[in-house]
Structure formats: C-alpha cells, structure tokens
Design a protein around this ligand. Structure first.
Ligand code: FE2
Length: 181
C-alpha cells in the first residue's frame, strides 16, 4: 500500500509545475519512503447513533481509501456529494499538505473536505473502511515543516508540521468540531 501510494504521489507531482529536484523535500520526504505512513481500519455501526466522522480535510499528501459501503461524502461546489463505492476502485483524497504546497502555483490542488454520515437503521449493514495516510516526516532534523511552493521564490516554510497535524487530528475526532485549517 505504501509503495502504491508513493507511486500515485509521484504521478500527481509529474502533472504539477514544481521542479523535480524539489519533490522529495517539498513532500516532507514522503516520496522517498521517509515520510509518515499510517494505516487505519474503521468500523461504523448502525446501532451507534452518532455521526460517522466530522467534517475534515486529511492532513497530508494523499490518502488511499477502500470502502464498499456508502457513507462518505465530499463537499464540492457548495454541496455535499455522496461517494458511491465501486468494487474495483480505491478512493484517493488529496490532503492539506498538497493544498498548501500548490496554493501559489498555476495548478493548485484542493484538499477535499469530507465526512462520514451516521449509519442509519435503513442501511442495516455495518460500514468498514481501511485507509493509508501519507504525511511528511516528523523528524525535524530531516524535515523543517510544511512548504508552499512559489514559482520564483521556491519552497517557503509555511507551518510546523507536528503542530499542524496535532491540531487537525484533534479537531477531526473531537465531538462537534471540524478538522479544517
Ligand atoms: Fe479523511
């Protein structure tokens, strides 16, 4: 999964106008296997009367998600759109790090805000998902933080990654908050 994610990240970078020699530093060394990779399993039960997951954006570069039950929704063009799972597909989300890096470029990449709705009784089935998250390195000697790329100024330090991560993860999982920045 990690190798798969790194290949997808590389394919995305090829479509952006960021010099290739900056790619690994720009992505917090996640492109060369030195980033932070974590894998989660999720279980949403219809018997639990609660939202599935708060509105949030994923913190890092990309997320590779697998789920076959409905419940995931993305916010696009001012409306919530359900993502209907397909048997033979993974879902790929862009995260905040990608959005920050590309903000000043001619191909800005949006981190999609998303949520998981409550599993209503009518759904009956439990919802399962698993996901691999690709984030920058947390080793401060290797990686200073999150960068923004400027076409003339190059990589500009934008945020302390550890603080950014703590903040957005906290807001994603606490009750009645939103994991946005
Ligand atoms: Fe997410």
């Amino acid at each position: 999964m990690q190798y798969f994610a790194m290949k997808i990240l590389e394919a995305i970078l090829k479509r952006l106008n960021i010099p290739i020699e900056l790619w690994d530093k720009a992505t917090g060394y996640s492109l060369s296997g030195r980033g932070t990779y974590h894998f989660t399993f999720n279980h949403f039960r219809p018997s639990v009367r609660a939202r599935g997951l708060n509105i949030h954006k994923d913190s890092g570069w990309i997320t590779i998600l697998r789920s076959l039950e409905p419940g995931l929704e993305i916010f696009r063009k001012q409306e919530w759109i359900p993502i209907l799972p397909k048997e033979d597909n993974f879902i790929v989300n862009f995260g905040c790090a990608m959005e920050i890096l590309t903000r000043d470029t001619d191909i800005p990449v949006a981190a999609v805000a998303h949520r998981v709705t409550e599993q209503k009784e009518r759904n009956l089935s439990d919802r399962f998902s698993y996901a691999l998250f690709v984030d920058s390195s947390l080793d401060k000697e290797l990686c200073e933080g999150l960068y923004r790329y400027h076409p003339t100024d190059g990589l500009l330090l934008e945020a302390n990654f550890e603080e950014f991560l703590d903040n957005i993860v906290h807001k994603t999982y606490e009750k009645d908050t939103q994991g946005l920045y």
